[in-house]
Design a protein around this ligand. Sequence first.
Ligand code: UDX
Length: 454
Amino acid sequence: MEEKRLKRRIVLVPVPAQGHVTPIMQLGKALYSKGFSITVIQTQYNRVSSSKEFSDFHFLTIPGSLTESDLKNLGPLQFLMKLNQICEASFKNCLGQLLQEQGDHDEIACVVYDEYMYFSAAAPKEFQLPSVVFSTTNATAFVCRSVLAKVNADNFLIDMKDPEVQDKLFPGLHPLRYKDLPTTAFGPLESMIKVYSEVVNTRTASAVIINSASCLESSSLARLQRELQVRVYPIGPLHIAASAPSSLLEEDRSCIEWLNKQKPRSVIYISLGSLALMETKDMLEMARGLSNSKQPFLWVIRPGSIPASEWTESLPEEFGKLVSERGYIVKWAPQMEVLRHPAVGGFWSHCGWNSTLESIGEGVPMICRPFTGDQKVNARYLERVWRIGVQLEGELEKETVERAVKRLIGDEEGAEMRKRVIDLKEKLEASARSGGSSFSSLENFVNSLKTNNF
Ligand code: UDX
């Protein structure tokens, strides 16, 4: 087996968060299957383990200098900014050492870094190694970030505070409204604009890889390619090309047994990914609406996702009663397996890009309740462009929740959505097969790596 390997190594730099770790490890698997060796350089926060799945990968950890109090008090945006400040030097040391130790059987072909780990750009430039930006979101969100990186922060802040502006279409980004832009719930707008201008700065990179497919967003991909100076490779969805389980939390598989007892396409699966937070009052309205809809539901409540609560202990008794009638709660689910289960009829999601791709990939229509960032872009596309989702906007109320569930599971409208999502699923599968657009894009990327000609 070993003689078939290419004697070239790719260094991956993941963001230490589930929604970013999952696709970059899938990318690692895809590149490994093409013959490259893989080294993952990660920070000491929230590490991927060298489990059986990744026993052929080489893992290195760079030190950080965050204190216990930083880790407790920094929100995700500040955490990222800090990480980018403190890791540049240690990453340079680590890469420098790897280069010194490499033999001619093991040359580094390039560094692929998550777009949010922009500290990684400096070292490859210094060592004259190709570097590639990996975007775990989609092309439309990337285009939005480029636009936001250039706005005048003062004027934009005034616009975003004006309730009348919220529903207006944002110029040049149809069908996105101001309120659909990927602004963040995790910090001030000024900091976000600063981060976005780093993230979209691909000037020193040789290429951009994006976990998306042209059947989903051909015009955004074309626009991105026009706007960037470097080649864009849409090679997604990676979970179809190369599944690679890399859960940072323990999956509770008891929910599969529970699903086995439910009727086909009857269950609403609820999960808000790895970062979104939920208010108690919204959870109660959700539970009431779901209960009134009479549909069974499987609900992932991640520890720490309810502010000031370890898990569900702060929820009122009514919540427990409503859930015990038709619901099942877990802390973390084997999501792909759940979405693939015949009992699942709909996915209530925060519309993270991985969850969106996974839901489309399994032909499951969605109830969209975005929390922050690119999730808002995805939700708008799910409802308005692909027409496979129902977006819940404004205050959550039990009546609107019940109506959304019925639209998705019961109605003719739901049947139409299901038809469209199955059609899209087939297109996605075709794009990942030999001859498909994502398959060819990955081949082109690999050829560019082999010849060092991007
Ligand atoms: C965030 C952004 O929302 C997302 O758009 C961006 O691409 C990456 O960062 P996150 O909020 O975690 O990600 O959501 P998502 O992208 O949906 O990723 C969550 C991942 O966790 C999915 O791959 C999902 O399958 C997995 N998951 C979630 C589980 O395995 N079990 C669960 O119970 C919940």
